[in-house]
Design a protein around this ligand. Structure first.
Ligand code: RUB
Length: 308
């Protein structure tokens, strides 16, 4: 898929989930580089900037896309000619995608150790990383039950229960408003991440913070399953995370409510660090309070470059 097609598929959610959009962005830039015809260095850099912009505008909340795109173009300006630049972009994209896939596997193995035989788990929306934890625990022979939320309005919960059912996991679909009532039975909550801020707040599918509050109330463990490329460098410098609002047609049909009624459709919410027991990353389990240190270490000298 070219850059425009990829951006359109991310926007209309044909490609969705923070990890998948990041890998799709990297792959689109790799294809752009592979198919590039010109050989003028400055023209190439201008065209690359446009391609990055098109991808980054597709969805605003998940920093994974920003990090995936920037990891793919890293070092390009230091190259002498277009041939070197396009080769570097393709190899960066390949490395990003491979590391991203490996991270999911590591997180699955680490997270599965938190699951005990007989546990009841809750998950929200459709996170490939949270699902990897649950499926890894199940493949280890642990007897588990999973409650998965419907996740209105897109109902990504249907994808989640289908995936878990195929695996053979004992799975129950619940409506979003059943979260607090069902939480009494739950031992652990595993959710994914779109973005994690420098102070350890989680930005994920709308409703995630309700699971966190309910888990806190009933003393269930609340775990975030997140690759470190979902840590947001911009938040280090004080930027707020933009919470995407989508069209009201996702919530109500035309004419269903009086025209004077306003409809608000935010897609993500923020869970404060105090409700998070641990963030499970490819570097291991960490507290939300460790995110700042990990980010600074990973950015290294690049912290002085423009990340805002
Ligand atoms: C998906 C969502 C997922 C995260 C993490 O929202 O909130 O929990 O993106 O996903 P949407 P993953 O359906 O709006 O993209 O763990 O697969 O990266």
């Amino acid at each position: 898929m070219n850059v425009e097609q990829t951006a359109a598929s991310i926007k209309d959610m044909t490609i969705r989930g923070a990890g998948k959009i990041a890998r799709a962005g990297a792959s689109a830039l790799s294809d752009f580089a592979a198919g590039y015809k010109g050989n003028d260095r400055e023209t190439f850099l201008g065209d690359l900037e446009k391609a990055k912009g098109i991808l980054l505008e597709s969805r605003p909340t998940a920093v994974s896309l920003w990090n995936g795109v920037h990891a793919t173009v890293r070092g390009v300006e230091d190259m002498r000619d277009v041939g070197e630049m396009t080769a570097l972009i393709q190899s960066n994209a390949e490395t990003f995608i491979e590391n991203s896939n490996n991270a999911i596997r590591f997180i699955g193995e680490i997270g599965a150790k938190r699951v005990k035989d007989g546990d009841v788990i809750m998950t929200h929306c459709n996170s490939s990383v949270a699902l990897e934890v649950i499926k890894t625990a199940f493949r280890q022979g642990k007897d588990i039950k999973v409650y998965a939320t419907e996740s209105r309005p897109w109902r990504q919960g249907i994808l989640t229960v289908t995936d878990l059912a195929k695996e053979g996991v004992d799975t129950t679909l619940i409506i979003d408003s059943a979260v607090r009532s069902v939480m009494k039975k739950v031992n652990e909550v595993f959710v994914g991440a779109d973005t994690i801020t420098s102070h350890g707040a989680l930005i994920n599918k709308i409703g995630t913070s309700q699971l966190a509050l309910a888990a806190n109330e009933s003393r269930a463990q609340f775990y975030v399953c997140s690759e470190t490329y979902k840590f947001s460098p911009m938040t280090l410098f004080g930027d707020r995370v933009t919470i995407e609002e989508r069209d009201i047609s996702e919530v109500v049909r035309e004419g269903e409510v009086p025209s004077s009624v306003k409809v608000f459709n935010p897609v993500f919410d923020s869970t404060p660090p105090k409700y998070i027991d641990a963030i499970i990353t490819e570097l291991g389990m960490m507290s939300p309070g460790s995110v700042y240190d990990v980010m600074v270490k990973q950015l290294g000298d690049r912290i002085f470059q423009k990340v805002i």
